[in-house]
Design a protein around this ligand. Structure first.
Ligand code: CP3
Length: 341
């Protein structure tokens, strides 16, 4: 890992999404978001759309982290403007006990079909990143029944009934390992674990309820497939204060949100892990010249050498002007050349 490069590689969380008119067109052809995820041809099409416009150095599978709870029978649906929702919620230990053990290859076969189709279409041009949510992040959605501002139900469940919470996290961990290994066998060449809500926990809570499970996942994934190493990127939003511990987790790279300075992060863990990130997505809503300046600051802050994958600190938002994304990608490639000699 951390191979020498001529320019810093770049991709973008949510690079296939609503800021692209061609994405909106394909989604309306599919009918709704979940039908788009469940059609391998259309999921492949939207995965490739951003690569036709921009010089990204990786593709990311188009899907969602909530496919696992959906396959467990929780009934995922999306209400316009309201984000994800579940028909069933987890509120008691017996709800957890009733959750079925799923087989990713069988119950999420549409994801594996999309992965193999995307690999075929990419034809070696750029690597394909597969992904999953972290067990903790999936658990928050399953307990809340959707998104939340303060996650008080998920936290109450954790504080009131710690054993039931661990049972849920154990079940999700097994499902995530099976799901990610199936993605690797289908053709995913790197894996990102999205721990979007790990950062809402206390420090001991993060280690106990989120990081431990991600560690188990990172060390249970297929390490090499088809002669190539499969790197694992671990992204805990708001996880900046725990970088040393995250670096200790068998992950190959750490995803950073924009609140941590990347140069300081490099000093803390640069010898152990690569870093991914970390431009504030709000900057994409400014102008090409501001974007270029801000990209330059992050590259300068990271400094010379390899071990940096440029990205945003979180997903791109739907209002961004697609031309600003060109400015972003081109700025990373152009400005970073001086740091790789
Ligand atoms: O990064 C990519 O381009 C790959 C595709 C991807 C999506 N969701 C597509 C999507 C990935 C990696 C995800 C992960 C995901 N999904 C996360 C973790 C990453 C993060 O953003 O923190 C989470 C928490 C979810 C759950 C989820 N799915 C939410 C909260 C929403 C609603 C968000 C919104 O903006 O309305 C979704 C829907 C979703 N997933 C969309 C996309 C492109 C928007 C759906 C649409 O087209 O209307």
């Amino acid at each position: 890992m951390r191979q020498d490069v001529d320019v810093t590689p770049v991709w973008m969380m949510r690079q296939a999404g609503r800021y692209l008119p061609e994405y909106r067109k394909t989604r309306s052809k599919a009918g709704d978001f979940m039908s788009l995820c469940k059609s391998p041809e259309l999921a492949c099409e939207v995965t490739l759309q951003p690569l036709r416009r921009y010089a990204f150095d990786a593709a990311i599978l188009f899907s969602d982290i909530l496919t696992i709870p959906d396959a467990m029978g929780q009934g995922l649906f999306f209400e316009t403007g309201e984000g994800p929702r579940f028909k069933k919620v987890i509120r008691t230990q017996s709800d957890v006990e009733r959750l079925p053990v799923i087989s990713a290859e069988k119950d999420l076969s549409y994801v594996m079909s999309a992965v193999s189709l995307i690999r075929k279409e990419l034809n070696g041009s750029v690597p394909l990143i597969g992904f999953s949510g972290s067990p903790w992040t999936l658990a928050t959605y399953m307990i809340e029944g959707g998104g939340s501002k303060d996650f008080h139900r998920a936290k109450a469940f954790m504080y009131n009934d710690r054993n039931a919470m661990h049972l849920l996290l154990d079940k999700l961990t097994d499902a995530v390992i099976d799901y990610l290994n199936a993605q690797i066998r289908a053709g995913a060449q790197a894996i990102q674990i999205f721990d979007t809500w790990g950062g809402i926990l206390t420090t001991p809570g993060y280690f106990e309820f989120s990081l431990n499970y991600m560690k188990k996942i990172a060390s249970s994934l297929i390490k090499e497939y088809d002669g190539a190493v499969i790197p694992v990127i671990l992204f805990t939003k708001n996880g900046g204060q725990w970088l040393e511990k995250i670096a200790d987790s068998a992950a190959d790279a750490i995803g950073l949100d924009w609140t941590t300075e990347i140069g300081a992060a490099r000093q803390r863990v640069g010898g152990v892990c690569a870093l991914q990130g970390n431009m504030d997505p709000a900057i994409l809503r400014t102008s090409p010249s501001v974007i270029r300046k801000e990209v330059g600051k992050i590259l300068e802050n990271f400094g010379e050498g390899n071990g940096h994958i440029f990205n945003l600190g979180h997903g791109i938002t739907p209002e961004v002007d697609p031309d600003n994304v060109s400015a972003f990608v081109d700025a990373v490639h152009e400005i970073s050349a001086q740091y790789h000699t």
